[in-house]
Design a binder for this molecule. Structure first.
Ligand SMILES: Cc1ncc(COP(=O)(O)O)c(C=O)c1O
Length: 389
């Protein structure tokens, strides 16, 4: 017997297929209208089904993953043959990477330090044939201001990396181009601020590509983007030198994206279904069975002025927030102090929660309950995400 919302064990996660498909199409159409490619990230959902929605209109299905386990999972499906693993590669992962690279068209790896290059050359020299007679395929990660991963585009040592990848060590490498990720777009307080990050990321990446080409090195791909940036791209993106965008979170969006002004609450494609486990009218609070192991402990956009603290909002009652989480329990309170309707929220009643950060929330669950739309109650399918590293 298939589940309905009412028969799901709680907490569970539900996905709205129509919303996810719409989000995928809109982002794809945005890329097309700006004249760039899209290489979507799989990290938010880690499922074959949504990976197909993200790529169904693309001729060459290029995807991005954040773990080698994901790379293996998407490769084994037989449907994805061009995969980019975006975390700078550590030498201990080269054997696994070589195995995946030899089993599909290409597994691209990411470097931002000479020791990555050195380890890859050594591995290839020592394991002749392990890559199926292929070279390593690499992107160079450039820091566009986020200051997480990425070589500094201003340093001569970064040009040296390009030189090694394209000239002196080119027996070992196919250089794809450069990659930036603007995680600092999540720290902006307005759509204008995000638009400025979008233009600066595109400019940093485009200018670096121009610089290395002017020095005689190839740079076919210039890949930028986070979901906030991809919601506020400049119209002259292509002229700035960008060739592709690589968002991931946009498939689901979440409360952070709503609060940053990147989408509307109706664009959020994932909710956590939870039940009221007890009520406390005397203090205008109630508890639900979704705590940090269902929602994650990500506090969301705490930097936004006037934002009520919390871990998610109750669908249909945006004034009700999860104001605290412990392992299996979420505490719900009314943000503006208006009385909670305890006739509606009785013990055992169902609530749906818009989570702060859908990537982390989705990763908490081992299956996704798929509804055609938010207004249907019947679970039509169950999708199984990849897990672990
Ligand atoms: C390296 C990298 N690229 C792309 C993305 C996609 O960004 P977003 O999830 O904002 O779409 C992420 C997200 O964490 C990332 O870490």
């Amino acid at each position: 017997m298939t589940n309905t919302i009412e028969t799901l064990p709680t907490p569970s996660v539900v996905i709205y297929e129509d919303v996810v498909k719409r989000n995928c199409k809109l982002m794809h159409d945005r890329a097309i209208s700006l004249g760039v490619d899209i290489r979507p990230h799989m990290k938010t959902h880690k499922t074959i089904e949504i990976g197909k929605f993200q790529t169904e209109t693309i001729n060459i299905k290029k995807i991005i993953v954040s773990t080698l386990s994901e790379a293996r999972f998407f490769a084994l499906s037989g449907q994805f043959k061009d995969i980019l693993y975006t975390v700078p590669i550590v030498p201990t992962k080269l054997a696994a990477a070589a195995h995946i690279h030899s089993s599909i068209d290409v597994l691209h790896l990411m470097v931002d330090h000479p020791d990555h290059i050195k380890a890859m050359v050594e591995y290839r020299n020592q394991h002749l044939g392990a890559l199926g007679n292929k070279k390593w395929s690499v992107f160079l990660k450039i820091d566009c201001g986020y200051h997480r991963a990425g070589a500094d585009p201003e340093l001569p040592s970064t040009i040296k990396l390009v030189e090694q990848l394209t000239k002196s060590l080119s027996d070992h490498f196919v250089f794809q181009g450069i990659y930036t990720h603007s995680g600092h777009s999540y720290k902006q307080t307005s759509p204008d601020g995000i638009a400025k990050i979008a233009t600066s990321e595109a400019t940093v990446a485009g200018n670096f590509a121009k610089k290395i080409r002017s020095l005689g090195y190839p740079c076919p791909i210039v890949s930028i983007g986070s979901t906030p940036v991809c919601c506020h791209l400049p119209n002259n993106l292509k002229d700035l030198g960008v060739t592709e965008i690589h968002p991931g979170n946009y498939v689901f969006y979440d409360l952070m994206q709503v609060e940053l002004g990147n989408c509307k609450v109706d664009d959020v494609g994932v909710h956590v279904v939870s039940r009221v486990i007890s009520v406390y009218p005397e203090r205008n609070e109630m508890l639900v069975d979704a705590g940090s192991l269902a929602l994650s402990s990500d506090p969301g956009c705490t930097h936004l002025p006037d934002r009520a603290p919390g871990f998610g909002i109750i669908v249909g009652d945006n004034n009700l927030r999860i104001v605290g989480v412990t392992q299996e329990i979420g505490k719900v309170s009314s943000v503006n102090g208006s009385p909670i309707d305890f006739n509606k929220y009785t013990i055992g009643s169902i609530v749906r929660i818009v989570p702060n950060h859908s990537c982390l929330t989705a990763a908490m669950f081992s299956n996704f309950n798929v509804l055609s739309t938010e207004s249907t109650t019947q679970v039509k399918e169950t999708w199984i995400p990849n897990k672990h590293w």
